[in-house]
Design a protein around this ligand. Sequence first.
Ligand SMILES: Nc1ncnc2c1ncn2[C@@H]1O[C@H](COP(=O)(O)OP(=O)(O)OP(=O)(O)O)[C@@H](O)[C@H]1O
Ligand SMILES: [Mg+2]
Length: 244
Amino acid sequence: MKVIAIANQKGGTAKTTSTAAVGLLLSRRGYRVHLIDADPQASLSQAFGISDREDRFACSLIDGEQLPIDMLDNNLSMTPGTVALATCEAQLLTTPGREFFLRTCLEKTKLPEDAVVLVDSPPSLGVLAMNCLAAAGGLLVTVQPGGFEIRALAFLETTVQVICKNVNPGLVVLGILLTNCHRRRGITRQVNEEVAQLHGVLGTIRSDARILYATTAGRMLHLRKSNALDDYANVVDQLEESIW
Ligand SMILES: Nc1ncnc2c1ncn2[C@@H]1O[C@H](COP(=O)(O)OP(=O)(O)OP(=O)(O)O)[C@@H](O)[C@H]1O
Ligand SMILES: [Mg+2]
């Protein structure tokens, strides 16, 4: 099972959109994909039009039990997030081994051995985000070209080093996605050059109203024609060809 976290503690860098798009495309290519919405904002769940009144994910996490699996399509399933994850995070804060709860839950979850699990992390460096990084084998970092991105990335680098040293030595940074980009802007080129010195840039995703509407309207599953989705397809090509 491949577990990939999509993370950046900075808010609004398209973590959720990237998780949704990469997951959708992989499932359309025949992979068995499971999405985990580990953000109390529950945007990933909303993007696919689902919710969970019973807060099953938060309950599983606290108990260290198997995760709920809701089928979205033939090859695509999700553990939906809810706002209860915020309370859960506060509870975990004072619990020994607090970083490892998601990993334990995943180990107990009945998914096929060849499943690809994508974890949408919250915009923080808190316990939930640590759980995402501790459970993952690979990390995709989303960066939206802007003035504060490089500093945010430096924070994340430090966190990843701490995680690798103390919690999850197997964590590998798979690469960076430059998201929601205006390709002609100088800042896109500048940020691209700077982040490329840290890790491979797997793709530059165009800003595109279709993907924004699809996620906002909970219709991600039905998105087909979209510049951003085409760009995410190139990212998936690279994941398939050179990274796995
Ligand atoms: N390629 C794109 N084109 C247009 N809009 C985009 C694109 N990617 C993301 N967005 C929009 O940018 C906003 C932030 O994206 P998203 O919610 O995916 O980021 P996030 O990193 O998950 O945010 P948070 O840190 O709050 O979890 C959303 O309104 C989303 O629809
Ligand atoms: Mg998000």
